[in-house]
Design a protein around this ligand. Sequence first.
Ligand code: PGA
Length: 251
Amino acid sequence: MTGSRIVAGNWKMHKTAAETSEFFDAFLAKAADLPSSVEIVVAPPFTSIPLSAKRLKGTRVRLGAQNMHWELEGAFTGEISAPMLREFGVTHVIIGHSERRKYFNETDETVHLKVLTALQQGLVPIVAVGETLEQRLGGETDDRVVTQTRAAFEGVAPETLARVVIAYEPIWAIGTGENCPAMEADRVMGVIRGSLEGLDETPILYGGSMNLENVASYAAQPNVNGGLIGGASLDPDAFAQLIRSAVRRSE
Ligand code: PGA
């Protein structure tokens, strides 16, 4: 797949509202000059969403959330619903990030429920899948990502799958500085693409220690449609540079 590119910044639990404002002061000054073939998404913490919505209005940068509940409202202390996000113009929501799976009991089942709600509410789910180091060493990588992908999109019509985004994030590569070699990432992403009917046109992003040094090697791969960036998305200059480098040289 060529042309379509998405680079999404996952800020995790970083930046107060004041720091978010400083980020946009610097980043939005550059955003207009970035390649128009790349869709840019920023996913700040919930507390920075109202401010981000104001700052991003009328810009090309889309607003994402890092999580949401599958119910639309109810007695779920500490949770945030899809309508609450939509009210602020959120367009994308990261679902099933490995940190949510590991620290907050996110399961394939809750990922599935959240995907269905996101789609029903008109939000683009960015579904994260990936294996642990133990699973990789045990030769279970392909099984793991296929199981996660099929579970996430169970019952979703093949034509709807063009509207979702998948992020392949090997867990051992997240925040460790040890990225998965681009050709191997591309291979696994091909396995993900082949795991369900309807994923041919689905953007699949790589995530896990993607940075300025390695982004071009991913951009050159046929199955890679962009990146889900943690650490390197926190700095406005680095993030802008990374977006620039996410475009394949021939494009
Ligand atoms: P990283 O995080 O770029 O800091 O490795 C990626 C992610 O967790 O989405």
